[in-house]
Design a protein around this ligand. Structure first.
Ligand code: SAH
Length: 270
């Protein structure tokens, strides 16, 4: 079981999304234990104030350190040490699939959601990791906390039904996932917009409507060929969209060979 404590001034922003889908079911089964704490419950004044003006002046408000320390003390008293305390921040290290996998091994995780101009810097004293979900600034840490929890939870055994599907996801081996199709094997696209067509060999029917077909190999029942096609597609997508990933990818012999072919074909076209 994995346990999370999320500290926020907007508990509903966390609770509602967590109730749906795979994460909601995992919480229902007890595979995940998620507690949402309202930072205002850890204030001592009548108005439950969590923010104050910045020392030195300037715009905006800053989250006061004392309610956060009290919240962490309460969590520690309940869960015991050591806590993995994650501060959500655009200044943090980039959150990646590798970080998600590593964190899934932590006994339990505290996520601190900032607001306004962020936290009083002394909060960093109690933080084990500062994580950013990307190079942009959001109004609060609730969405980042949900993103981190969701990605970490997928690695917790029993959360996603099929462990194999987690292992094969994009990034897990340093490659993007291969394209997926489901029934029907043929479908007419309603609008005749060629921009959304996957490749050039789909037939054009009456009135410019396009018939989109699932690649033949996937209907062939030839498992060796399907496996090879999927490897090739994963490599080719990664090479086109995210060549930076290939440096860190772990490839088997067949994949290394396919990648050489793909690169050769590409160089030939240049
Ligand atoms: N002035 C701060 C940004 C505050 S944004 C700065 O420039 O560093 C308010 C809160 O939103 C932050 O405290 C953090 O909890 C959250 N947040 C915003 N963007 C984020 C990002 N890219 N990743 C993680 N958390 C983020």
């Amino acid at each position: 079981m994995a346990t999370f404590d999320i500290v926020t001034i907007f508990p509903a922003m966390i609770e509602q999304p967590l109730a749906a889908g795979i994460i909601g079911r995992a919480i229902g089964r007890g595979t995940l234990d998620v507690k949402v704490l309202d930072l205002r419950d850890f204030t001592t004044d009548r108005h439950r104030v969590v923010d104050d003006v910045p020392y030195g002046g300037g715009p905006g408000m800053v989250l006061k350190p004392d309610p956060i320390f009290r919240a962490l003390d309460a969590i520690e008293a309940e869960r015991g040490r050591p806590l993995t305390v994650i501060l959500t921040s655009p200044q943090g290290a980039r959150f990646t699939q590798a970080v998600a996998q590593r964190l899934s091994g932590a006994e339990h995780i505290v996520l601190l959601c900032g607001r306004y101009e962020g936290f009083d810097d002394r909060v960093r004293e109690r933080v084990t990791e500062e994580l950013s979900i990307g190079d942009y600034v959001l109004t609060g840490g609730e969405l980042p906390a949900l993103v981190i929890l969701d990605a970490v939870a997928r690695f917790v055994p029993g959360v996603v039904g099929d462990e194999q599907s987690v292992a094969e996801d994009s990034f897990s081996r340093g490659l993007l996932d291969f394209p997926q199709y489901t029934r029907p094997a043929e479908i007419a696209s309603g609008t005749a917009d060629a921009r959304f067509a996957s490749d050039g060999d789909d037939a054009v029917s009456g009135e410019g409507e396009r018939i989109l077909r699932v690649p033949d190999v996937l209907l062939s029942g030839n498992h060796a060929e399907i496996r090879r096609w999927r490897k090739r597609e994963a490599l080719s997508r990664t090479l086109t969209r995210r060549p930076d990933l290939l440096d860190g990818a772990t490839l088997d012999d067949e994949e290394a060979e396919l990648l050489r072919e793909l690169k050769g074909a590409r160089d030939g076209r240049d």
